[in-house]
Design a protein around this ligand. Structure first.
Ligand code: AMP
Ligand code: ZN
Length: 114
């Protein structure tokens, strides 16, 4: 999608600190990290919010989730703990309308989030 920041990162038009990529997903460091590890896992394909997911996306969401777990495990957080977050909609704090799974770790994470 022409005006989408994360589509531009996926296309290589805007630089990002990419930590993983394959045919379906890409992961890069958040530009404004909220924890020592703050990675965003995004699908290459533009999907604006979780509300737009269909049954055909079930495998993709599984791939994103397992990639988040693998990236956290690579950094030694599998047992220490990490948080994964999809914000859906402006009311929940979504600012980039291309779905992305936040992966946060490396500090104490309280609950509930703000
Ligand atoms: P959300 O608020 O859930 O939509 O998350 C969007 C995230 O994208 C925020 O944590 C931003 O810090 C992050 N972000 C915005 N622009 C960039 C960028 N150019 N590269 C990496 N992360 C970004
Ligand atoms: Zn997009």
């Amino acid at each position: 999608m022409a005006d989408c920041l994360f589509c531009k990162i996926v296309a290589g038009e805007i630089p990002a600190a990419i930590v993983y990529q394959d045919a379906e997903v890409m992961a890069f460091n958040d530009i404004n990290p909220q924890a020592p590890m703050h990675v965003l896992v995004v699908p290459r394909r533009h999907i604006p919010t979780l509300n737009a997911l269909t049954e055909a996306d079930d495998e993709l969401v599984g791939v994103m989730t397992r990639r988040a777990a693998a990236l956290a495990a690579e950094r030694g957080y599998a047992e220490r703990g990490y948080r994964t977050v999809f914000n859906c909609g402006a009311g929940a704090g979504q600012t980039v309308f291309h779905i992305h799974l936040h992966v946060l770790a490396g500090r104490t994470l309280t609950w509930p989030p703000g």
